[in-house]
Ligand binder design. Structure first.
Ligand code: UDP
Length: 370
């Protein structure tokens, strides 16, 4: 008997919505379900005081892939927001990412060669060895002072473990520049959707059937039988009932405050708190993502927390041990007939948004090519 849908898409986030949009365009029938009460996954924004509040953490779109930039611009126009976070270490203010503004404030110097000389001196303790963990990688990139004030404690809060126990790729996400340039990203294209991220997802899912508040794993029999194939974008280990053990994730707790009559709380969208003095890693003032000028503001303090099955999983911990366990889950996934996996949780990968879209489009191509 023919199934009602070609694809059941579990998860209405960016990966699932991109897949649904493309499949629909190619004449496939899709049913999209999500266990939350809204679409958009973690890029979902909630309007408070006419401000788009990034409900599941700040999202700044950036990419060097022109095709992906053109792709997202089909759904919404982007503003010219450039992310330039500020770091607050015990009341001292520094520019991020690590650049000449950071170095000159910290060491009272002015030129790239002075900064380079100090970093060279401070990384001598590594004795030229190739960095094998985040601590060594950080010291080798920016020296000991910056590691201690802007990286060590922030990273320990963020990941809940010592910097020596973390993979170095995490710190390589951040640019290090010997120019006076506070742009957090090196990517060619960057911005925030004018009107918010929800517009993208709404347009992607415009003509798809969407059911919310549905937990696929609890109603698997009912939903599995509706479609020929499944795209699952939730946690891969949860899908297999953690049968090989749990993968590690970091979760977040958000404390959002509406400040009535406060026009401008912190003067920047993102302020990182890089010492242990605060339990939160950053405060987001959402209006600055869209250059808001209204009379009120909304801020969110972001507290990293340990993940457990009652919490949302935000970050995969891509260290060697977990990556190996993921490989084993992937073996199981390959045997799962007519089920595809995708997204940050399905691929267990610290993806940025552009990479999510890219991966989803690749999967579409693979599917349609079959
Ligand atoms: N990081 C840091 N100090 C900062 C900002 C970032 O040490 O002020 C490190 C930290 O280990 C973090 C990593 O750089 O996990 C990547 O930061 P990014 O801002 O890319 O993280 P995300 O926005 O994805 O949480």
């Amino acid at each position: 008997m023919d199934k009602k849908y070609d694809y059941l898409i579990v998860g209405a986030g960016l990966f699932g919505a991109t897949f649904a949009y493309e499949m629909k365009k190619n004449g496939k029938k899709c049913l999209v379900i999500d266990r939350r009460n809204h679409i958009g996954g973690n890029i979902y924004c909630e309007k408070i005081k006419d401000i788009n509040v990034h409900k599941y953490g700040a999202h700044i779109f950036h990419t060097s892939n022109k095709a992906i930039w053109d792709y997202v611009n089909k759904f919404v126009e982007f503003n010219n927001y450039v992310n330039s976070p500020i770091a607050n270490y015990k009341g001292e203010i520094y520019n991020l990412p690590f650049n000449m503004n950071t170095f000159s404030k910290l060491w009272n110097i002015a030129t790239p060669s002075e900064a380079q000389a100090i970093i060279e001196e401070q990384k001598k303790e590594l004795k030229g060895k190739t960095p094998s963990n985040l601590e060594e990688q950080a010291i080798s990139l920016v020296g000991k002072d910056i590691y201690q004030k802007l990286i060590k404690e922030y990273t320990e809060k963020q990941w809940g473990r010592d910097c020596k126990e973390l993979p170095s790729f995490i710190i390589k996400r951040l640019p290090v520049r010997f120019t006076y340039n506070n742009n957090y990203f090196n990517d060619r294209y960057q911005g925030i959707p004018i009107g918010g991220y929800n517009i993208i997802i709404q347009k992607m899912l415009e003509r798809c059937t969407v059911e919310l508040n549905v937990d696929y794993l609890k109603e698997k029999d009912k939903y599995r039988s509706l479609a020929d194939k499944v795209l699952y974008t939730g946690m891969i280990d949860e899908y297999f009932d953690y049968c090989l053990g749990k993968l590690s994730y970091r979760s977040l707790r958000f404390e959002t405050e509406v400040l009535e009559g406060v026009e401008n709380y912190q003067g920047n969208a993102v302020v990182n708190y890089t010492s242990h003095e605060q339990a939160y890693t950053r405060i987001i003032e959402h209006k600055h993502f869209e250059f808001g000028t209204g009379p009120d503001t909304v801020i969110t303090r972001e507290y990293p927390i340990d993940w457990n099955p009652n919490e949302e999983a935000y970050y995969p911990v891509n260290d060697e041990k977990n990556n190996q366990l993921f490989q084993k889950y992937q073996e199981l996934a390959k045997k799962e007939e007519k089920v595809l996996f995708g997204g940050r949780l399905g691929h267990y990968k610290y993806y940025d948004m552009d990479k999510v879209i890219e991966a989803s489009l690749n999967l579409v191509e693979q599917e349609l090519g079959e």
